[in-house]
Design a protein around this ligand. Structure first.
Ligand code: PRX
Length: 707
């Protein structure tokens, strides 16, 4: 095809052998291109012609520069595309990423004075975007919506910022935000940023205990929430959850003076909301009274912007801390290139601002680019599986960014139906095809590996075979995209996140931490720093170093496995630590275990991940019971309820496997390797069981597997 030729031509015209990027040059010279033509999906000529990065050649030119001169590359972008009250000092980046050489330290643009809210709003308004739509808000209930222009958004942000100042919130103070996807969520984030306060958004699906744990850890000045939210047909009383969390945190010595509560009228009326006089304040009663302008608190590039808690391999969540300047430059730049952003785009990311994707790619990245963003309150399949495409058509969405789990569940609706009858199949596929979707031009995927069949359905059915898919690999810790296609530049391989973003040097290491080159698989690490990297774990720099920098000294360890194929494409293979990825949400096995053992009748628990058709991974829990307690259906339900109450519904185990005993080594360590095999019923792959203290427990477990 002409496409194919064009790519080979542009690849072949590049110089080869630049040491640091040898795996990329392997692609340029790649004889594999011709032989594996069927694996590649090429961007159309039309797309490439208009793309910001139209060819591998252009990508390589910029990538090379970003690696050879990171300071020059990033400071060029930082100074030309952002407002700085004062320029940074002599050093663009100062870092130590090697534990053997002292404390880990990452700083970008230190001494530079700026404000990310100013860059998101004021700067864009000054550049002529005052009347451009900043946010389209779509309610859970079809037919209810709202929107704000950039200048209206600024007014709302300023009013809240002024209110927060009036109750004593100052630069550096933490603010806990427990809000669903209302416009007030990005408004709150931006208001905090405007006054230098550090927001910590807690996903409004977390339980009161998880919320309390976070409140106790970061000791906020104020908690911001709403009375309730509707998700699909269900009403969730968020304020009740906050009330319980505040009782719990008070027991731990942290009492909160102000709980600012937004009345989400479509879900619950004021009158029906439980209220604590003196502490609880209605947002609508106070915020609109404040002025619509608010001076910016100018902060250092290295001042903290937000804390976001994420799961690790121990029971205690980690407070990932991001700072201002580097995060700003990085999220804006990754957004622009990975989605080939143009001013006329309408962008919709289905992620919730309670996760990192909502931070970097609902709020900051898009706003920094002056984009029009759709924020959707509800469930993606409510009232039916066509809702997403209805929203796409309604707002003429051009860039649609979502998670593989949603793609798979929408895809399954079609598949399931085809088993019932052709007639139903036709009706179900109409969920997609009855909408035009012709506005779409770029699709995105995030959160977990996207399996090739889901990729192809997304590409062919949703995108009508014309929209490149940016399969973005990154993490809460990385702040922004790390490995991602740049639409228009590269031919894609379904299921591969392709190549590193500018400035990112992924390396694959073996068990000993030795870098392996060429076609290989191993542990994914990153060499060097990038501006969006997290700087510490809040209050626990030692854990930061131990978790991320000690396993393979000299590198940042991602916790993911990865292979690189002969063309240099990266294939993420999932977590290699005790973290499970359920529907793109990270859940630590230890957290689920500690919730289970808090149940009075549970003696011990071991949790592993198993493949799940829609969620990617499901949670599989082995439990042993307190002596004399019989296992029953009722107990199973009550164990699951305990996890829901302690962490949140999204962490509820899919399967409870009653275990009279767990396989342990003689030193008492649970052998998860064996449990994983039992959970996935790969019984002929149990491996060596001779080191077990009691080998008999394995047979017992197998016998009880499907009981
Ligand atoms: O295992 C990887 C997986 O999600 C993890 C990061 O989770 P979290 O910090 O919650 O952030 C999710 C949104 C960025 C990674 O360690 N992951 C994320 N994106 C991908 C992915 N795995 C494969 N392909 C992806 N595109």
């Amino acid at each position: 095809t002409t496409n194919h030729l064009r790519h080979v031509e542009s690849m072949a015209s590049l110089p080869s052998g630049a040491g640091k990027i040898s795996h990329l040059n392997a692609v340029i010279l790649g004889e594999a291109l011709a032989s594996e033509e069927n694996d590649f999906v090429f961007p159309s000529d039309d797309f490439s012609r208009q793309a910001l990065i139209p060819s591998p050649h252009k990508y390589l030119e910029m990538y090379k520069r970003s690696i050879e001169d990171p300071a020059g590359f990033w400071s060029g972008i930082a100074s030309s595309e952002f407002y700085w009250k004062q320029k940074w000092g002599d050093q663009v980046c100062s870092e130590n990423l090697d534990v053997r050489k002292g404390d880990i330290k990452i700083e970008w643009f230190k001494g530079g004075i700026t404000n990310i809210c100013y860059n998101c709003l004021d700067r864009n308004i000054d550049a002529g975007l005052a009347d451009k739509i900043a946010l389209y808000w779509e309610s859970n209930e079809p037919g209810f919506d709202a929107h704000l222009t950039y200048s209206q958004l600024l007014h709302r942000v300023c009013q809240l910022a002024n209110y927060l100042k009036s109750i004593g919130v100052r630069k550096g103070d933490a603010v806990i935000v427990y809000l669903p996807m209302l416009m007030e969520l990005p408004i709150t984030m931006l208001a905090c940023a405007r006054i230098g306060a550090v927001h910590s958004v807690v996903f409004a699906g977390f339980s009161s205990e998880s919320l309390a744990q976070r409140i106790v850890d970061c000791k906020p000045k104020v908690v911001i929430t709403c009375n309730a939210v509707k998700r699909g047909p269900k009403t969730i009383h968020l304020k009740d959850i906050v009330d319980a969390a505040l009782v719990e945190s008070a027991k731990n010595g942290i009492s909160i003076d102000v709980c600012l509560t937004y009345e989400n009228q479509s879900a619950l009326k004021k009158e029906s909301t439980k209220w604590q006089e003196g502490r609880d304040v209605w947002w609508e009663d106070v915020v609109p009274k404040y002025p619509t302008t608010c001076d910016v608190e100018w902060v250092d590039a290295e001042d903290p912007l937000f804390l976001l808690y994420t799961s690790g391999s121990t029971g205690k969540p980690k407070g990932v801390l991001h700072t201002t300047g580097g995060y700003m430059v990085y999220t804006a730049t990754t957004f622009k290139y990975a989605f080939d952003y143009k001013e006329s785009d309408v962008y919709w990311c289905t992620a919730d601002c309670g996760w990192i994707t909502g931070h970097s790619y609902v709020t900051y990245g898009p706003k920094l680019n002056g984009a029009t963003v759709v924020v959707y309150e509800g469930a993606p399949n409510y009232p039916d599986s066509g809702r997403c495409w209805d929203i796409v058509d309604k707002y003429k969405v051009t860039i649609f960014y979502t998670a593989p789990t949603l793609v798979r569940s929408l895809m399954r609706d079609g598949d399931e139906a085809s088993c019932i009858s052709n007639l139903v199949y036709t009706l179900k596929s109409l969920y997609v095809t009855r909408y035009s979707r012709k506005s779409l031009r770029v699709l995105g995927s995030v959160g977990e590996p996207i399996n090739p069949s889901a990729w192809r359905w997304f590409f062919n059915v949703v995108g009508g075979s014309r929209c490149p898919i940016s399969d973005t690999w990154w993490q809460t810790e990385t702040g922004g995209f790390m490995i991602t296609p740049l639409p228009g530049a590269w031919p894609q391989k379904p299921g591969s996140a392709t190549f590193p973003f500018f400035g990112v040097q992924p390396v694959i290491v073996d068990e000993k931490g030795t870098e392996i080159d060429g076609e290989c698989s191993g542990y994914l690490c990153v060499k060097g720093s990038w501006p969006g990297a997290f700087r510490t774990l809040y209050g626990d720099h030692e854990r930061y170093e131990t978790t991320y920098f000690r396993p393979f000294p000299g590198y940042y360890f991602t916790g993911d496995g990865c292979s690189r194929d002969k063309d240099g494409y990266h294939w993420l293979t999932g977590r290699v630590d005790d973290v499970i990825n359920v529907s793109g949400h990270r859940i630590g096995t230890a957290e689920v275990e500690s919730a289970l053992v808090s149940h009075p009748q549970c003696a011990e628990a071991a949790v592993v991940g198993v493949e799940h058709e829609v969620k990617g991974q499901g949670i599989y829990a082995f439990v042993t019971l307190v002596e004399g307690v019989p296992y029953s259906e009722e107990l199973r339900k009550s164990l699951i309820l305990t996890v829901r109450n302690q962490i949140g519904a999204f962490a509820a185990p899919d399967k409870i496997h009653w275990a009279p005993g767990l396989p342990k080594t003689r030193s008492g360590k649970i052998m998860r390797r064996i449990l994983r095999k039992i959970a996935s019923r790969q019984l002929d792959e149990l491996g060596d069981v001779s080191t077990l203290a009691e080998p008999g427990v394995v047979d017992q477990l197998i016998a009880l597997a499907d009981s």
